[in-house]
Ligand binder design. Structure first.
Ligand SMILES: Nc1nc2c(ncn2[C@@H]2O[C@H](COP(=O)(O)OP(=O)(O)OP(=O)(O)O)[C@@H](O)[C@H]2O)c(=O)[nH]1
Ligand SMILES: [Mg+2]
Length: 594
């Protein structure tokens, strides 16, 4: 796989005294990625080795630029899109962010927006800090406690007085996995003399005690409440202080082997476990849609409002569903064009091809579409596919007409010449004319590949020659007036018999087309039901994940003695329960498409 980006690029610019701005060049690259994206963002205080660690995740020696001085190096949010090292057909999107809390920085105002954006855009959120997870580290995480002012889930504000709390209870459903990376960790992983894992170390640090200072307690509470999963990695100091300045250029042999192993462990965890980004109901986010989210969220911030997940999802669904219809139609047209040779011998041939590629086009649509309320976009697809079918039908007829016309002109060429020369305008000429014409007609029937319009074209052709035939008949002196009269009647009757036959055939084709429409509808319905079933399964899984996390947190709060919060969670759990049973009773079905 070719690397998508040779080096990282700034995605969201944060310049002093200016608003955040999306870098259009980077956005274009991101939006050109149609694969699902695994998005890993790293956030933390300035000068804590974030960019260095991201380069390790990229598997590159250099990339995100580090600075050796104490001044902040990275500004805004930088992006690096790479072929995922472990998941085929996925893109790994690394987001490196500007260090938080640098007092020398002229624009700390955007720090909390950068924190919030990293959460909104990532599927795995790495919080990076130095030393230990202690009181100081938790104090520095005040950004997490301000998230209710930075992120809204629902567009309509919750009604009751506990509004904020109510809305943030949904964070769990949308937030990325949380990973805490502790750098230059110098403690032993032991608790009361017993060895503990890194995760246990984190959970222990997040233990809440009654009577703790509100600010500290709140950070713990928020981390536990907002994130669906938590994980911790500790890292030794990589090298001696002097060597740290040129860490990037140091050969691995000069680095602390423990550090190397820890980095290795961290990277394989992220590569193997970090999930693709999904939004509401388990719909996978591609580079294209992630780009739309970037624009929506940054726009909201710049216009002075709080980014709202629900609004972003609605806006994204509109863009994506429109694109899904377009993609499906383009697919259908290309496949029909590739596999269908016009004119077809029968209408079935065309209808069968239509049924096949319509089925595949619906699949293409459903793979991309989501949150298609009332199946509006699928109905639109149905309408457009039907219009395309009619278009193919008429192109098929045109191709057939053209072909028949050419065949007739060629076959009847010498007959025309004979008529022109007056060869039949002699005694006994009419019978000879009829015989010759019959021979040509028989030959015409034998020519293959004329298509659906063969009879119609012949009928029209013979009709156009009727006047000539009539004058040959009238000129033939071997026939009596009576015989001529009978002949005129016979020709008329023959013509109207052919007409009637044609009419029957057209009626028959119309019936077949109508049957096809019925089949199309059934196909739409069948595929939609499968998809809805799948969506319901995903939604239930999501519910279950949220429920389990809440139950677990509730048990923990019980142990810690936070009874009021236990009760509040109980309320949330109950609301979830009823929402879930509403869901599983099934949504609206698929009604009348075409
Ligand atoms: N002590 C220590 N230094 C590190 C570590 N990793 C990288 N460094 C060094 O710390 C300095 C800053 O590293 P960066 O990766 O640029 O840190 P950053 O967090 O991205 O910095 P900002 O972008 O300014 O916030 C560089 O000289 C690195 O070589 C580490 O684990 N421990
Ligand atoms: Mg950096």
């Amino acid at each position: 796989l070719p690397s998508i980006m040779e080096e990282p690029m700034c995605l969201i610019e944060n310049n002093p005294k200016e608003q955040l701005r999306v870098n259009q060049e980077a956005l274009k690259i991101l939006q050109s990625i149609q694969q699902p994206v695994v998005v890993v963002a790293i956030v933390g205080l300035y000068r804590t080795g974030k960019s260095y660690l991201m380069n390790k995740l990229a598997g590159k020696k250099k990339g995100f630029s580090l600075g050796a001085t104490i001044q902040a190096q990275t500004m805004g949010i930088w992006m690096w899109c790479l072929p995922h090292p472990k998941k085929p057909d996925h893109t790994l999107v690394l987001l490196d962010t500007e260090g938080l809390g640098d007092v020398e920085k002229s624009n700390t105002a955007n720090d909390s927006w950068i924190f919030a954006l990293s959460i909104l855009l990532s599927s795995t959120f790495v919080y990076n800090s130095m030393g230990t997870i202690d009181q100081y580290a938790l104090e520095k995480l005040q950004y997490v406690t301000e998230l209710t002012k930075r992120i809204k889930v629902k567009s309509t504000p919750p009604k009751d007085s506990e509004g904020e709390e109510e809305d943030s209870s949904d964070f769990l459903r949308f937030f990325p996995a949380f990973v805490w990376a502790v750098r230059d960790f110098s403690l032993l992983l032991k608790l009361n003399g017993k060895p503990i894992t890194e995760d246990e170390y984190l959970e222990n640090a997040l233990k809440r005690k009654k009577g703790t200072e509100k600010k500290l307690d709140l950070a713990k509470k928020c981390i536990r409440q907002y994130f669906p999963s938590r994980k911790c990695f500790v890292f030794d100091r990589p090298a001696s202080r002097r060597a740290l300045e040129e860490l990037e250029d140091l050969p691995e042999s000069k680095l602390n082997p423990d550090f190397l192993e820890q980095v290795q462990h961290f990277c394989s965890y992220i590569h193997e476990q970090a999930q693709a980004k999904v939004i509401q109901g388990g719909h996978t986010v591609t580079g294209t849609s992630l780009g739309h989210l970037v624009v929506t969220y940054v726009d909201a911030i710049c216009s002075g409002s709080i980014p709202c997940i629900e609004n972003a999802v609605v806006a994204l669904a509109q863009i994506e569903n429109t694109a899904a219809v377009h993609e499906a139609i383009t697919y259908y047209e290309a496949e029909m064009g590739k596999h269908l040779k016009l004119p077809t011998e029968t209408i079935e041939e065309l209808l069968e091809a239509h049924a096949q590629y319509e089925k595949e086009a619906i699949k293409v649509f459903l793979a991309r579409a989501f949150k298609d309320v009332n199946h509006e976009y699928q109905k639109e697809l149905g309408t457009q596919l039907h219009a395309k079918l009619l278009e193919f039908c008429s192109r098929n007829e045109q191709a057939s007409s053209d072909r028949c016309q050419a065949v007739l002109t060629q076959l009847f060429q010498d007959l025309e010449e004979e008529i022109g020369k007056g060869s039949y305008s002699v005694a006994g000429g009419y019978q000879r004319f009829l015989d010759d014409q019959k021979e040509k007609v028989d030959q015409y029937y034998l020519v293959p590949g004329k298509g659906l319009m063969a009879s119609q074209a012949l009928q029209d052709f013979l009709k156009s020659k009727e006047a000539a035939a009539q004058s040959i008949l009238q000129a033939d002196r071997t026939l009596t007036d009576k015989q001529k009269e009978v002949e005129v009647e016979r020709v008329k009757a023959e013509a109207s018999a052919r007409e009637a036959e044609l009419h029957e055939k057209m009626k028959d084709e119309a019936v077949r087309r109508a049957q096809q429409q019925e089949k199309s509808f059934e196909e739409h319905k069948r595929q939609l039901e499968t998809k809805m079933e799948e969506d319901r399964r995903k939604l239930l899984a999501e519910h279950e994940m949220v429920m389990n996390a809440k139950l677990q947190e509730q048990r923990r709060l019980q142990e810690e003695g936070f009874n009021r919060e236990v009760n509040r969670l109980q309320g949330e759990i109950q609301r979830l329960h009823s929402a879930m049973s509403e869901q599983s009773s099934g949504g609206p079905g698929f009604c009348v498409i075409l």
